[in-house]
Write a new protein. Structure first.
Ligand SMILES: Cc1cc2nc3c(=O)[nH]c(=O)nc-3n(C[C@H](O)[C@H](O)[C@H](O)COP(=O)(O)O)c2cc1C
Length: 250
């Protein structure tokens, strides 16, 4: 019996062969690699980032197409991971390619942003949640226009943010690698409806509800600026960060 890990979302499958389709993110068997204790350490190789959806592929060349958003290899950039000495020349020669690697060092938390439209609910994983001001309590989220959650927030003007704990990597997979257009992400998940109707994960560290004040079109994404209308601390434990998630995903 082998263990197989999905290179896209980190799902582990046990069996003689890779599954025909990842049950979490839907990619085919070509995206699975045998998972051993050794492979658990970071895989060597070049890292290529999709400039459309931020998916990171490890290998000598970029993939023919992005397994998450489907764009072709030209839209992948090579991440330059090696350390350098910061000289005047290095600063003068820097450009967008080198900046892509630098962006990897910006820290983020991971959250589930949810919304409602008519009587339908949906949610997505989101790292771009920021507190903007304390008085009034104001936050922003940045959502890709292709996402169903984007459509719901745009139409209803309300959303909720559930904060995740360090063990909640499964929620990242469920909400971050599949669209509510194809699957009911809340099936089998415990949640409560907030005052604004948006779902809140029962198993969260904390949550806030918010009402959109302003939107800014930033190209592929919309930046939503919103007033916090309610919220609660649920479990005062350590929150999940993007870098912790990456290290757990491998
Ligand atoms: C770790 C992680 C962080 C993500 N952060 C964002 C984000 O900040 N903004 C965004 O639009 N999508 C982000 N995504 C991608 C969405 O969660 C993903 O596209 C989701 O499938 C959209 O679902 P929906 O179509 O049901 O709304 C992230 C995904 C992952 C795995």
């Amino acid at each position: 019996m082998n263990k197989w890990r999905c290179n896209v979302c980190g799902y582990i499958h046990e069996g003689e062969a890779a599954p025909a389709e990842c049950p979490v993110c839907g990619v085919g068997p070509e995206e699975f690699t045998v998972f051993t204790e050794k492979a658990e350490q970071k895989q060597p190789g070049k890292r290529w980032k999709c400039t459309v959806c931020d998916y990171v592929h490890t290998g000598d060349t970029p993939p023919d197409s992005c397994p998450l958003c489907g764009v072709s290899a030209e839209l992948f950039v090579l991440l330059l991971d090696e350390s350098i000495s910061l000289t005047r020349e290095a600063v003068a020669e820097a450009g967008i390619d080198t900046a892509n690697s630098a962006m990897d060092k910006i820290s983020y938390g991971l959250y589930i942003v949810t919304s409602i439209k008519d009587n339908s609910i949906n949610g997505q994983c989101c790292n771009t949640v920021f507190q903007l001001t304390s008085k009034p309590l104001r936050i922003s989220i940045c959502l890709n226009k292709r996402n169903l959650t984007h459509q719901y927030v745009m139409d209803s003007g309300v959303f909720a943010v559930s904060m995740l704990g360090t063990e909640q990597t499964e929620a990242v997979r469920r909400f971050g690698y599949q669209s509510g257009r194809n699957v009911d992400k809340f099936a089998g998940i415990e949640y409560l409806s907030g005052q604004n109707g948006c779902p809140i994960l029962t198993n969260c560290l904390a949550y806030v509800e918010a009402k959109v004040l302003q939107t800014l079109d930033v190209g592929t994404h919309t930046l939503f600026i919103a007033d916090v209308t309610a919220g609660r601390m649920v479990a005062n434990e350590e929150a999940l960060t993007y870098s912790l998630y990456r290290s757990k995903k491998g």
